[in-house]
Design a protein around this ligand. Structure first.
Ligand code: DHB
Ligand code: FE
Length: 282
């Protein structure tokens, strides 16, 4: 049986792409940020998951306002990087696992999640920058991208996303192959990119979110979408991707690592790594 070994929440910041591509991660300006990812890189190198379910949002690359799926699941053999306006980055093409994806898609639809099935999907910084931060330039995992709409309102509720995570866990645990799966939620933390409150950040909101995500995620599902936007900025609603990740884990988790730095670009950047309790006892 397949199993989820743990989950990771991480910000996805487009301007990090050129920093990584130009080899600037160890400059005095950037070293403290990139050092924050060393513990998760070590954890992944030790645990060597076979597959990563990467819950991210497309920012208008392959989906746009004309057609915007609420939940979209990749079923492709590979997911090439897309051009977000400054050329295609020199990153690997992420390798898919169509057999697992089709199983997960069947399981999700049986579970009444009417997802969009993507047999072709180009991925943007919401997916690529976390892959760089977690596995650097060589990606030794197969992936299943899951894209959640956070740009065309109404976006899905936090509770619905948490339930999607629970359904993803059922999909993994009903897969008849002995593989280890890590689940990654990207985006956030507090930030707003436009309008009067552009540049708004809230360390207080983020700290409480990180605390509750670990110990009492149900409380975060009770917050409305507006509460995320009012409390932490319009684009902080991306945190529903972290809630999806948390829904796929056990109620009680062990925290492996937590890191927070603000500002990074226009965002408060966060990272959290949880292990399922059963996994940490192994
Ligand atoms: C930034 C952050 C994001 O999540 C995003 O999608 C785009 C830009 C930023 O901080 O610059
Ligand atoms: Fe984003």
């Amino acid at each position: 049986m397949a199993r989820i070994i743990g989950g990771i929440g991480t910000s996805h910041i487009p301007s990090l792409g050129p920093i990584i591509d130009r080899g600037l991660t160890q400059t005095p300006e950037w070293k403290p940020f990139f050092d924050g990812y060393a513990p998760v890189q070590r954890w992944l190198a030790e645990r060597r998951p076979d597959l990563a379910i990467v819950i991210y949002n497309d920012h208008g690359l392959d989906f746009f306002l004309d057609k915007m799926p609420t939940f979209a699941v990749g079923a492709a053999a590979e997911y090439p990087p897309g051009d977000e306006g400054w050329g295609i980055r020199p990153v690997p093409t992420a390798i898919g696992d169509p057999d697992f994806s089709w199983h997960a898609i069947e399981s999700l639809v049986d579970d009444e999640f009417d997802i969009t099935i993507c047999q072709e999907l180009r991925v943007d910084h919401g997916f690529l920058v976390p892959m760089n931060l977690l596995w650097q330039s060589d990606w030794p995992v197969r992936v299943m991208p899951v894209s959640i709409n956070v740009i065309q309102h109404p976006v899905p509720t936090p509770l619905r996303c948490y339930k999607l995570g629970q359904a993803l866990r059922r999909a993994v645990e009903s897969y008849d192959a002995d593989i280890d799966v890590v689940i990654v939620g990207t985006g956030g933390m507090s930030h707003q990119l436009h309008g009067e409150r552009a540049g708004y950040l809230s360390r207080a909101f983020d700290t409480q979110f990180l605390d509750l995500l670990e110990s009492d995620p149900g409380r975060l599902t009770e917050l409305s979408r507006s509460a995320y936007i009012d409390g932490a900025g319009a684009e902080a609603v991306e945190l529903i991707m972290w809630l999806t990740m948390r829904g796929a884990l056990e109620p009680f988790v062990r925290r492996v690592h937590r890191f927070y730095q603000m500002p990074v670009s226009l965002t408060a950047a966060g990272l959290v790594v949880f292990e399922n309790m059963a996994e940490s006892r192994r």
